[in-house]
Ligand binder design. Structure first.
Ligand code: ADP
Length: 216
């Protein structure tokens, strides 16, 4: 099964992706995490894309499409894509590369829908474990306690650079809302629309319910 997940920043794509890959036994390709790893590696590519990612802009399609192609070499046709495609050009590329490689297309497209104010609130509160990439809300830690990752025990919990800057947040939001219109239309036959304003567990349940209706 091939799933791709869309949602504005803060909609819980990363969190729900982790839950979905465990439930359906899929491999995960998270473009955002890959880009952040490339940046922290300090490679030439990392230096080139750092400012673009941190200011909330999209990386050029050619770079992202090549990155995706290289990731597909490591998976069979059971995976979840988080962060790809982000525009119609990338969607056409995905259709083509999946046809060449697996002779099939994406099976399910999940769109997480979130109110703007909720998104901003969540992003301001979001902490990410630099070691295992788990996501937390700063407000969920008791005051006075240190931030410690409950999964890997790392104390390296930080805000993402692009979450710390309101103009980067706004840029990502507005770009998302422009591009999602075309993507919705392109994938209208496989689209599952989910209310992402609810709790993690409720959103997970709604996704699973809609996937199981879709699979019968
Ligand atoms: P969010 O959805 O919260 O903005 P992601 O972690 O998915 O965060 O992506 C972070 C950044 O990585 C984006 O703002 C953009 O700069 C870059 N990026 C991720 N996916 C793509 C893509 N498919 N095309 C171009 N740039 C991308």
């Amino acid at each position: 099964m091939i799933i791709t997940i869309f949602g504005p920043p803060g909609s819980g794509k990363g969190t729900q992706s982790i839950l979905l890959i465990a439930k359906y036994n899929l491999q995960l390709i998270s473009i955002g995490d890959l880009l952040r790893n490339i940046i922290s590696s300090g490679s030439e590519l990392g230096k080139k894309i750092k400012n673009t990612v941190e200011s909330g802009n999209l990386i050029q399609d050619e770079v992202i499409c090549e990155l995706l192609r290289s990731q597909l070499a490591c998976v069979d046709d059971n995976f979840l894509l988080d962060g790809f495609p982000r525009n119609l050009n990338q969607a056409h590329f995905l259709t083509q590369v999946l046809r060449e490689r697996y002779n099939k297309d994406v099976d399910i497209v999940i769109e997480l829908q979130l109110d703007g104010e909720v998104a901003i609130k969540r992003l301001k509160d979001r902490l990410v474990c630099l070691d295992c990439k788990s996501v937390y809300s700063a407000s969920s830690f008791k005051s006075g306690n240190n931030f410690v990752c409950t999964k890997c025990k790392s104390t390296r919990l930080e805000r993402r650079v692009d979450d710390s800057d309101l103009s980067a947040i706004n840029k990502r939001m507005s770009e998302y809302h422009i591009q999602i219109k075309d993507l919705r239309e392109y994938y209208k036959d496989k689209l599952l629309t989910i209310n992402a304003n609810l709790s993690v567990v409720q959103v997970k349940q709604e996704i699973e319910n809609k996937i199981s209706c879709n699979l019968v």
